[in-house]
Ligand binder design. Structure first.
Ligand SMILES: NCCCCC[C@@H](C[SeH])C(=O)O
Ligand SMILES: [Zn+2]
Ligand SMILES: [Zn+2]
Length: 308
């Protein structure tokens, strides 16, 4: 049988079409919010998912996908998660509780210029596509461009490097758009999730230093429990812990910045695999990778709902 729409990778144009079609098909649960535009003036659309139960000052979850262009499983997860949530609302208790308790803001492609570039020119592109005044090299690593120990060890100030931090914090329109949205929603957003690949890891701040965040033990418990569930249900191993110790030093990251803004449940997921295919994860792996990520997301989100 032909794999479903959600078990294939989709071009940027396809995803824009999907965003508008999904909102049109679910006017009672989905709103499209334009939060800004990319360097090449492509729209940054956020889908706001809400349960049908109206509630005053609802809390919210933020999920961004596609900050790094070559990590195609990430936007695939955002699309897959949205359709899963809409299809299982009022059918699956966890999804129903989540959507009745929290609005969910989903940014399927945070780096549309880079994503497009991986479809047309260079499949292994990571950064955005902004031009530099001082160099012929293109692009800033959006996950080094946030204002959290910006451009210290673990980032580079050279435009040709893959981890180039940009001219200044939020110099990139994509990072600025996300930071602006979160600043204006910081009282309602209780959980921040940034979806990446590859490596199979559930990470939390800080990655900009080896310092532990005040609620380190609580965040460690949340990712440990999530990793245990993935191991039990899918027999797959995910590493978990504070980013600096578990992966590497990476200052200027969106999760560290969101944490410092006051969103004290902040995580970065590295989805499948562990390197056999890496960024070139075959479409046949999409379903399993997304189910594993969903299990971790639900585990953490339901605990955050209890706690906040
Ligand atoms: N705040 C950064 C969390 C740890 C590093 C995540 C990876 C994802 Se590709 C990176 O941005 O290098
Ligand atoms: Zn990444
Ligand atoms: Zn990665």
């Amino acid at each position: 049988s032909s794999a479903s729409y959600y078990e294939r990778y989709h071009s940027l144009e396809d995803i824009y079409y999907w965003i508008n079609k999904t909102a049109q098909e679910h006017p009672d649960m989905v709103k499209v919010i334009l939060i800004g535009s990319s360097y090449e003036k492509r729209p940054l659309y956020v889908l706001k998912l809400s349960g049908r139960q109206e509630r005053a000052e609802k809390r919210a979850i933020w999920i961004d996908c596609g900050i790094h262009a070559r990590e195609w499983i990430s936007p695939a997860f955002c699309l897959w998660f949205v359709q899963y949530s809409l299809n299982f609302y009022n059918l699956n208790n966890d999804i129903t509780e989540m959507l009745n308790s929290m609005d969910i803001y989903v940014l399927p492609v945070m780096n549309p210029d880079g994503y497009k570039y991986t479809w047309t020119t260079n499949r292994m592109w990571r950064k955005n596509r902004s031009l530099s005044k001082e160099s012929n090299c293109v692009g800033t690593d959006l996950n080094r461009n946030f204002d959290a120990n910006w451009c210290t060890k673990g980032a580079s100030n050279r435009p040709c490097d893959e981890i180039y931090c940009g001219q200044f914090p939020e110099s990139e329109p994509e990072a600025e758009a996300v930071a602006n949205f979160l600043r204006s929603h910081k009282d309602s957003v209780k959980l921040y999730l940034s979806i990446h690949s590859y490596g199979q890891m559930l990470l939390f701040p800080y990655s900009c230093s080896n310092e532990e965040v005040p609620n380190h033990a609580e965040l460690f418990e949340l990712v440990q429990e999530a990793a245990m569930k993935i191991r039990r249900h899918y027999r797959n191993n995910y590493k978990y812990g504070a980013s600096a110790k578990t992966i590497y030093l990476a200052p200027g990251g969106s999760d560290d910045w969101a944490y410092n803004l006051g969103i004290h449940y902040s995580f970065t997921f590295e989805l499948e695999d562990r390197g056999r295919y890496g960024f070139l994860l075959p479409p046949s792996f999409i379903s399993k990778a997304c189910n594993e990520a969903l299990l971790a997301l639900k585990s953490i989100a339901l605990r955050v709902i209890q706690k906040t």
